[in-house]
Design a protein around this ligand. Structure first.
Ligand code: ATP
Length: 229
């Protein structure tokens, strides 16, 4: 199996003291890999570094074997990486349709890409003209994911999609990720504090603690170790 993403010896942070310390991570193409860990373990910082928002002070990030150090942030989307940040980043004043279009402003096939998102996310199709602030939490999460998909990524970085959502809605979002992976071959790096939900769809995972990877193994082993099932 080939790896879409390889991270080696990654160090990054916000000031003098690093938050991420010597992170190694491999994400096989077409897999769902989850990043678990307590509040403050460094999960969000890892995603922000992978998507170019934070500059690493050491280490390598390889996307399809290509070193991203010299790649500009705005190029990363075109190279196939999309980031759905924690808190979703939906523009409240814009409609669902306008929010989706933002995901692919530079594309000449943006109409087709938006139409595909409506096929995947039926509730969004029914609310095309609604403003972002009128959506439920689950719909807003769908919109944030949908907007990332309009860029037609091959690797989706997803930060805590379950945050603030009812268990039933979280389960729907997880099922959607699985469907996307099966139907389109999308690779997902899924940051979650909700281990039970994440491990219900992941193939493998890592547990972060104090900015390091404490454990890296299959989802089954993580389920056995953390959930007893
Ligand atoms: P959470 O689930 O709360 O988002 P996390 O595992 O994603 O937790 P991070 O948000 O990556 O953890 O935070 C890791 C560490 O980095 C914490 O000690 C946090 O205080 C620190 N940190 C996060 N953002 C900043 C920032 N903008 N400036 C300085 N320090 C930060």
């Amino acid at each position: 199996m080939t790896e879409i993403l390889q991270v080696r010896g990654l160090v990054a942070g916000y000031g003098a003291a690093p938050v991420l310390r010597d992170i190694d991570l491999t994400v096989p193409t077409g897999s769902i890999v989850t990043v678990l860990g307590a509040n403050g373990a460094g999960k969000t910082t890892l995603l922000r570094t992978l998507s170019g928002l934070l500059r690493p002070t050491a280490g390598q990030i390889l996307l399809d074997g290509k070193d991203l150090r010299r790649v500009k942030v705005e190029r990363l989307v075109r190279l196939g990486m999309a980031h759905v940040p924690e808190g979703r980043g939906v523009v409240a004043e814009l409609t669902v349709d306008e929010n989706l279009r933002l995901g692919g402003l530079w594309r000449n096939d943006v109409n087709a890409a938006v139409a595909e998102v409506y096929e995947l996310f039926e509730p969004l199709a029914q609310r095309k003209r609604n403003a972002g602030h009128l959506l439920s939490g689950g719909e807003r999460q769908m919109l944030a994911i949908g907007r990332a998909l309009v860029a037609r990524p091959r690797l989706l970085l997803l930060d805590e999609p379950s945050l603030g959502l009812a268990p039933k809605i979280t389960a729907q979002i997880m099922a959607l990720l699985q469907k996307l992976r099966t139907q389109t071959g999308l690779t997902v790096l899924l940051v979650e504090q909700n281990a039970r939900s994440a491990l219900s769809v992941a193939d493998s995972g890592v547990v972060m603690s104090l900015g390091r990877i404490a454990t890296a193994t299959t989802a089954q082993e993580l389920r056995n170790a953390y959930l007893g099932s």
